[in-house]
Design a protein around this ligand. Sequence first.
Ligand code: 6PG
Length: 249
Amino acid sequence: MRTLQQSNYEVLICADAAELARESARRFAELAEVFISDVGRFTVALSGGSTPKAMFQILAEKPFADSLLWRSIYFFWGDERCVPPDHADSNYRMANETLLSKVPVPRENIFRIPAEDEDPQRAAARYSETLRKFFAEEWPHFDLVFLGMGADGHTASLFPGTAALRVNDRAVVANYVEKFQSWRITLTADAINKARNIIFLVAGEDKAPALKEVIRGPRNSEQYPSQLIAPFYGALLWMIDEAAASLLK
Ligand code: 6PG
């Protein structure tokens, strides 16, 4: 494992996806312990995708399953596909099956996106309201947001060229994604950037070209939406594997 320290973010390069999963689980546990001991709770927004799944599986086992104060951890999502919560594509379902149903987290600590609502705009408004009530503020301030990055440079459901990239007056939006011909519900970049910690989990050689553009390339967030992620006052950590890092000098 090696790190590249930049002025406003850190890059941690793990040997492979397995080490990335172990290390991200460790970071999650470390942050949870710090926030719970400092402020009595830990709020985290999860992402979908295959990379976090391996981390969830590790967190669902010893030592984390027994040692973490699950009752003080509050789970949210950064994005969701517009399907019912028991659908194979549901990000909630993936997290629930691999982690949440296996650890003693109270059900009332789990705030999934109601993406099964037939009206995506209403689903987004409902989730905004859920966040507003929980955080008792107009904008959420997550202690940690986990993000993935697609090979096209998208993150959460902020896809290249989509309308959600230009929304900055709301925390949650419905975003139509032409390439899937479907709606997604997603946090906006501003909502993510208000987090105290943001961790990208990126593994695999197919991500290397986009990662190079996002981190080293000129500013082009319409094409590479992950470039929109720059915390206003928190910390940004890229956790990547050697394969994804292969084009970074
Ligand atoms: C989703 C996501 C999405 C994901 C990336 C990376 O719902 O699809 O939240 O933004 O994180 O597509 O996914 P992988 O980790 O599977 O490559």
